[in-house]
Design a protein around this ligand. Structure first.
Ligand code: IMP
Ligand code: MG
Length: 187
């Protein structure tokens, strides 16, 4: 059965599938391969830090394709949006369990939008004395960047549209769709 037949029907909110599940799977395998090659000679485990909630599906697919020693940590971030305090402000609401000091860290994030979240996290982790830091990001919206962030592993570049699925949500909806879909602009 072709995977397009297995897709749940699009709802009235969803305009089109941008990236289907097979394409996602192939790309995640490639990214895992790059990470495996980069860290193959390291003895200490790589600490993958998933940024909740958006990264949880990408992270769980990615770690099951790693053949290097690794451990998983999570953090949760709240970014202030248009409604209220200053835009671009980022706040940590849940920190890692274990200290990252002296560790090789890979931040795993769903999407690079303004870049505020990742630039905040990279600076924070550097200030905590990590041994090295890299970032794996599933999606990139280059038109939206405000802060410059170095990304070592990138899934896909997309236009400036709101997308859902594969961990990404719209008001907590559509997060667990197995593909990336573009939403109609919100009225
Ligand atoms: P930043 O602007 O790069 O700091 O990204 C902030 C966060 O906004 C991301 O981590 C996502 O959780 C969320 N975000 C940005 N664009 C989208 C989107 O198209 N769909 C769902 N979430 C998004
Ligand atoms: Mg996020």
């Amino acid at each position: 059965m072709s995977s397009s037949l297995a897709l749940p029907p699009l709802t009235e909110d969803l305009k089109q599938v941008l990236i289907d599940a097979d394409t996602i799977s192939r790309r995640v395998t490639e990214i895992a391969g790059s990470i495996n090659r980069k860290y193959k000679d390291e003895k200490e485990p790589l600490v993958l830090v998933g940024v909740l909630k958006g990264s949880f599906i990408f992270l769980s697919d990615l770690v099951r394709k790693l053949d290097i020693p690794h451990v998983v940590e999570f953090i949760a971030i709240s970014s202030y949006g248009n409604n209220g305090s200053q835009q671009g402000e980022v706040r940590m609401i849940m920190d890692t369990r274990e200290s990252l000091m002296g560790k090789r860290v890979l931040i795993v994030e769903d999407i690079l939008d303004s870049g505020n979240t990742l630039s905040y996290l990279i600076e924070l982790f550097k200030s905590r004395g990590v041994k090295s830091i890299e970032t794996a990001v599933f999606l990139d919206k280059p038109e939206r960047h405000k802060a410059h962030v170095d990304i070592q592993y990138m899934g896909f570049t997309i236009p400036d549209v709101w997308v859902v699925g594969y961990g990404l949500d719209y008001k907590e909806k559509y997060r667990t769709l197995p593909y990336i879909a573009e939403m109609y602009p919100v009225k």
